[in-house]
Design a protein around this ligand. Structure first.
Ligand code: PLP
Length: 386
């Protein structure tokens, strides 16, 4: 990838080439979609390149796994059928009945549901804590039982920021691992393993895939022994990414750097616009100097991402009306694609946490700012807020 083996290739170069050598059989520049469940063996146990059965490994998936591991600066990457499949596999790999995990008090609703309604009945207990408050996270730790501190940063949808280095030290002092859900930042803006985290989780459905055309998940770790455990569970549970999905995700990953720059440019313009609008009571974005996580985000992120949340004057009905009126911002769940999306977290992505301590304000709107023409996005928000 680089003529000088001592010099590591840059992020953009690795996004396009890591794990993606031209196909040895044909020279195909793009890793082909290996639509096969099984592989011919050259005699019993004579595997070609280690491929035996596609739940265990598939070359299209391997290409994606190597690329994302390289971008997160990890030892190994693993690709799954969804972000939640990745999370479930990680829980099974890290925790056992009787263990305890600390999760954000504003975790993504699906993560909360997984931990509270699937993992807890299996025997893993959990507490929630605001991940921007180290003392609160420390207080939530149960010595001897807490085996993982699980954070999102920035969080979904309130964009709170956790200090990854400090949380890693806290976790390690208590004999726990630090898991970072890096979905919102993407490896282009933030690399948690470099900051001390033990495992990175992605919903690759979002910025990594980047085109709203595929659901997927990934895990990346830096420790060899943990990688072996996850590899075992990935195969044993079997919630793997199929070759078509791995192909689409890898195709998206190649342009992550340029997309993220444009997402950030447009998000900053939207923040400036909303901050001056009389219908808006609060704009939440870690790039704003008054955001409580701004200083930490400036230290650990390259830029501040494409998600902007805001609250409106006039309560829930006003928020719902705005969501119904945008034309370029499409009303829909998910985020991180090239097209701009708008949603009402209380009624949509976070409906599953209504009535719990994770409930979000009813006048909150979340934007996933896409890479369309800036002026068109501002005009669309302007007419919807009018
Ligand atoms: C921060 C975060 N983590 C995990 C997930 C779950 O990923 P998936 O929907 O791919 O299962 C999501 C989905 O929205 C998310 O926003």
């Amino acid at each position: 990838m680089t003529s000088n083996p001592e010099q590591k290739a840059g992020f953009e170069t690795r996004a396009i080439h890591a794990g993606q050598e031209p196909d040895p059989a044909t020279g195909a520049v793009v890793p082909p979609i290996f639509a096969t469940s099984t592989y011919k063996q050259d005699g019993v146990g004579g595997l070609r390149g280690g491929y035996e059965y596609s739940r265990s490994a598939n070359p299209t998936r391997t290409a994606l796994e190597e690329a994302i591991a390289s971008l997160e600066e990890g030892e190994r990457g693993f690709a799954f059928a969804s972000g939640l499949a990745a999370e479930h596999t990680l829980v099974k790999s890290l925790l056992s009945p009787g263990d305890h995990v600390v999760i954000p008090d504003d975790a993504y609703g699906g993560t909360y549901r997984l931990i509270a309604r699937v993992e807890q009945p299996w025997g893993v207990d959990f507490s929630t804590a605001p991940i921007s408050d180290l003392d609160a996270v420390r207080a939530a730790i149960r010595p001897g039982h807490t085996k993982a501190i699980w954070v999102e940063t920035p969080t979904n949808p309130l964009l709170n920021v956790g200090d990854i280095s400090a949380l890693a030290s806290l976790a390690h002092e208590s004999g726990a691992m630090l898991v970072v859900d890096n979905t919102f930042a993407s490896p282009y803006l933030q690399q948690p393993l470099v900051l001390g985290a033990d495992a990175v989780v992605h919903s690759t459905t979002k910025y990594v895939g980047g085109h709203s055309d595929v659901v997927g998940g990934a895990l990346v770790v830096r420790d060899h022994e943990l990688a072996e455990r996850i590899g075992f569970h990935q195969n044993a549970i079997g919630a793997v990414a199929g070759p078509f999905d791995a192909f689409l995700t890898l195709r998206g990953l190649k342009t992550l750097a340029v997309r993220m720059e444009r997402h950030c440019d447009n998000a900053e313009a939207v923040v400036r616009f909303l901050s001056e609008h009389p219908a808006v009571s609060q704009v939440i974005y870690p790039g704003v100097a008054s955001h409580p996580g701004h200083e930490v985000a400036s230290r650990q992120m390259k830029r501040f991402g494409g998600i902007v949340s805001f609250r409106v004057n006039g309560g829930e009905q006003k928020a719902l009306d705005i969501c119904a009126r945008t034309k370029i911002f499409t009303l829909g769940e998910s985020l991180g694609g090239v097209e701009s999306l708008i949603e009402h977290p209380g009624r949509m992505t976070h409906a599953s946490v209504a009535g719990t301590e994770l409930e979000v304000p009813s006048d909150l709107i979340r934007l996933s700012v896409g890479i369309e023409t800036e002026a068109d996005l501002l005009a669309d928000l302007g007419q919807a807020l009018a």
